[in-house]
Design a protein around this ligand. Structure first.
Ligand SMILES: Nc1ncnc2c1ncn2[C@@H]1O[C@H](COP(=O)(O)OP(=O)(O)OP(=O)(O)O)[C@@H](O)[C@H]1O
Ligand SMILES: [Mg+2]
Length: 471
């Protein structure tokens, strides 16, 4: 420790150092709280090693549950003797070789912290990592949770000549129940774009449930929004893939970084807890390759300059999306009112066809179009207003504004048959006894020839069929 030159002479300066290395490693190893995310980390390592195929096996052997991740990638980087350099992996925690490789221009690498492998502590007790040397002999490194030692030895059993295998057993109590199906669903979303870009094929073999799954990168639902404003930030471009949907709680926009999901819901961030992100009308994600992650969980962002640049770049997009969602809402509301109107009209029509028309035909606006149109025959003898009206003869007899009640005296020519079905029987006897005929019944008889093809309302048809026998 030394005094800061030229400033406060009493101040002392120094460099931070880790006091207890093993304790620091323990904290790092336990900082990943999500075992699914840890599994995604292992698959990311396989993709970084340019694997074409990755298989994740969940099984049980010697009375213990295990998880194995096998890939056909380039294998663990080799040392000067051509052997997998496990010593480097075990002794460079927090110092990823990939960061150096990326600085030298290597593309397609996601690893950067050098701690992902340690997250096996949140999955199981013992990690065995196997890879081959230049002469295709297999070597394996073993690490145990809570133990600072590691061991490297030749592997006795058969191993394919390429790639790497991680074997974790026994699994922690809460991880045993992690089904292959659950792993598959998680990876389909978590590594969606990494899988699409690298073309890797990931399969999950669940030996416990005797099932096998192929992980298909998640497909979003809804209408893809094209021609969104480009998102240009100071530190690079943000890529947006968004789909418009009817509002639902399950619709979310995620945040990705270089193809890997960071946040399931962008609205978890305070700056994004507002429309359009909270409307539930959008599915998809934004990918900001330059944002900085919280290394332990990798499901959080450092709210630094890079984050600020990302947030600012999103503002024009937000305005545009709000406008699109508003337009969709309006269209949906109009459609809903049109449908409601149609439903009400349909209900009225059905009611009017089932009910005595003379008591309800003041709803006559729509029912006419439902009742079949009688042909405008030249032989028709009805009055001109009837000729224009497709209603049944009974209801056609109404004068506009006349009272519709059966007991009305304003329509003296109308018989009680036409007023109420309940009175039909009485009316029949009245007609049978009297010499006069009801004008409506006359009209019904006159148009009887039309009735078979006209599809008139059942009420008129009833008159027509009753009258001849009675007159
Ligand atoms: N499937 C694999 N194939 C080849 N090498 C691997 C594989 N898994 C791990 N490694 C080696 O082990 C090292 C440590 O992996 P680890 O995931 O801890 O760190 P990282 O990938 O470099 O960085 P990060 O912590 O950001 O993931 C890797 O840098 C890589 O060299
Ligand atoms: Mg890694």
């Amino acid at each position: 420790m030394r005094a800061r030159p030229g400033k406060d002479r009493k101040a002392v300066v120094g460099r931070l150092r880790i006091g207890d290395h093993w304790n620091a490693i323990t904290i790092i190893a336990l900082s990943q709280s999500n075992p699914l995310k840890a599994i995604a980390e292992f698959v990311e390592n396989s993709i970084d090693a340019r694997a074409r195929n990755v298989s994740i096996t969940r099984g049980r052997e010697h009375g213990h549950h295990y998880l194995a991740i096998r890939d056909d990638g380039e294998g663990v980087p080799r040392d000067t003797d051509g052997k997998p350099d496990f010593r480097y992996v075990a002794t460079h925690i927090g110092d990823s070789i990939k960061r150096r490789l990326r600085a030298e221009g290597a593309a397609g690498l996601q690893g950067e912290f050098g701690i992902g492998l340690l997250s096996f502590w949140t999955v199981g007790e013992v990690l065995t990592m196997t890879s081959t040397d230049n002469e295709q002999r297999a070597w394996q490194m073993t690490m145990c949770k809570g133990d600072p030692a590691y061991a490297v030895a030749p592997k006795r059993s058969l191993f394919e000549d390429r790639g790497t295998e991680l074997h974790i057993a026994p699994l922690l109590d809460g991880v045993k129940a992690l089904s292959g199906e659950k792993i598959q669903w998680y990876l389909a979303s978590e590594l969606r774009d990494r899988m699409r870009e690298s073309g890797v094929r990931v399969t999950v073999v669940d030996r416990v449930a005797r099932k096998q799954y192929t992980v298909e990168p998640r497909k979003y639902a809804g209408q893809l929004l094209h021609q969104l404003p480009p998102l240009r930030a100071r530190l690079g471009d943000v890529y947006a893939e968004l789909y418009l949907n009817p509002a639902a709680d399950t619709n979310r926009v995620g945040l990705f970084r270089r193809g890997t999901r960071v946040l399931e819901d962008l609205a978890q961030l305070e700056d994004f807890a507002r429309p359009p992100w909270t409307t539930g009308c959008l599915q998809g994600h934004l990918d900001a390759p330059f944002v900085n992650l919280t290394p332990g969980t990798r499901s959080g962002l450092i709210l630094d300059d890079a984050y600020g640049a990302f947030r600012d770049a999103c503002q024009p997009l937000e305005a545009e999306l709000v406008a699109i969602i508003d337009a969709q809402r309006r269209a949906e509301e109009e459609q809903a009112s049109r449908e409601l109107l149609r439903t009400i009209q349909r209900a009225f029509r059905e009611a009017l066809l089932a009910l005595p028309p003379e008591e309800y035909d003041w709803f006559d606006i729509q029912v006419r179009s439902q009742r079949a149109q009688p042909p405008r025959s030249t032989s028709r003898t009805a009055a001109p207003d009837q000729a224009a009206s497709p209603r049944c003869p009974a209801s056609a007899n109404r004068r506009p504004g006349a009272r519709r009640s059966g007991s009305s005296s304003s329509s003296p020519a109308l018989c009680s048959v036409c007023r109420s079905r309940r009175r039909r029987a009485r009316c029949r006897s009245v007609h049978a006894a009297s010499s006069g005929r009801c004008p409506a019944i006359d009209r019904a008889a006159a148009s009887r020839s039309r009735s078979s093809s006209s599809g008139r309302c059942s009420r008129a048809a009833a008159h027509s069929s009753v009258q001849p026998t009675r007159s």
